[in-house]
Ligand binder design. Sequence first.
Ligand code: EPU
Length: 431
Amino acid sequence: MDKLLIAGGTPINGEIRISGAKNATLPMLAAALLASTPIEICNIPHLQDVTTTIELLGLMGAVFTVNDDLNIQIDTSTLTQFSAPYELVKTMRASILVLGPLLARYGKADVSLPGGCAIGSRPINLHIHGLQAMGADITIKNGYIHARTHGRLRGAKILMDQVSVTGTENLIMAATLANGVTIIENAACEPEVTDLIHLLNKMGAEITGVGTTTLTVEGVSTLNGTKYTVLPDRIETGTYLTAGALTGGKVKLKNTDPKILDAVLLKLEEAGAEIDTGVDWIYLDMKGKRPKAVDVCTAPYPAFPTDMQAQFTALNAVAEGSGAITETIFENRFMHVQELQRMGAEINLRGNTAVTKGVKNLTGAPVMATDLRASACLVLAGLAAQGTTIVDRIYHIDRGYECIEEKLQNLGANIKRVSNYTVSDIYSIYG
Ligand code: EPU
């Protein structure tokens, strides 16, 4: 099993390009199921979750073509299967995103229930209730959701009890081909949801209220293929900026979008970073200083994203002073805390708040990644720590960070991917 070896303790310094957003790409690939003609998606990140989605759609009969620019064209006119098997859904919960499109276009979908997950119980009741409100007949049997509709789904008024990103995406996609108008209230307005809506509208959908919490979808009878470029990954951007901040370094990130990262940029400035931005770049300079601890509370967009919580816990671990990080989205998203403590972090976990008293130096240690963002947190902590950190189970990180070790090497970090490591590997990363 691959591991990352990191020799920490030096500021990172350099410039890299940000990849397309994972959490926008996955629903867009599912949206291809709605189109009568092929769609072409550009700026797709090379990630395990993308490969899993391609495998899932391929099993259904979709045909993929990769062109010279690495854009992916998807033709779903060849579909023969309308199911998402447990074997794939258990490796990637976002597989649930095929439920709405399959039901809307083909009138049937058999999708495995995702089950629990390392960061929380993550039910999908809101997806199911919304589809039922649109007239779907849904039963749960043998671990599968069996959804059917006779004729088209029908427009409905849906109030989401809780803000759900993939729940909103599933219901918008289902509503695009429904008969009549669907109004979704308390919808998620994360930039990835907005990006999906832009794609759907380009395919011929009629969705208004874009970027707000009330979306109106006027159903149309067909959607067509189009060409669309995925927006930059704001969480990848935030992760590398935080790497700069907690090592006292400087980074320039290109091909990104500062407008979708306000909450994170403000917290980094509060931590002492000097930040400059252009239309598609962000420059962060810590001027060699240690960061100041910050208080953070996660909440739906535009507030501070839960997907940046673990990285900020690492930041606070090496910061001056004390900071409280409160997680309000997922009930079990602090698995990184015990690993940070093994590196010398002083963190007191009380309920859903991690109170951290920053230490001057973390010390490298072997640590275990438990989920995607927790892995990123441990890599960041390893960059700041004195000595060698070995991050195990990095298959989690490959789900959401494209070429992380190469990008960090370009920023001057001493980091190496190994399957089995020896003492000489550890010495070799010191350069
Ligand atoms: N929830 C319900 N019922 C539902 C749906 C959600 O109770 O039917 C609850 C969840 O349990 C959670 C809250 O609502 O407490 C929000 O969950 P949401 O549905 O928004 O999460 P998600 O759509 O499953 C997406 C991202 C996550 C990100 C969250 C929150 C994708 C593929 N995943 O998940 O990304 O953390 O929104 O912003 O878009 C990641 O990239 O590391 C990641 C976990």
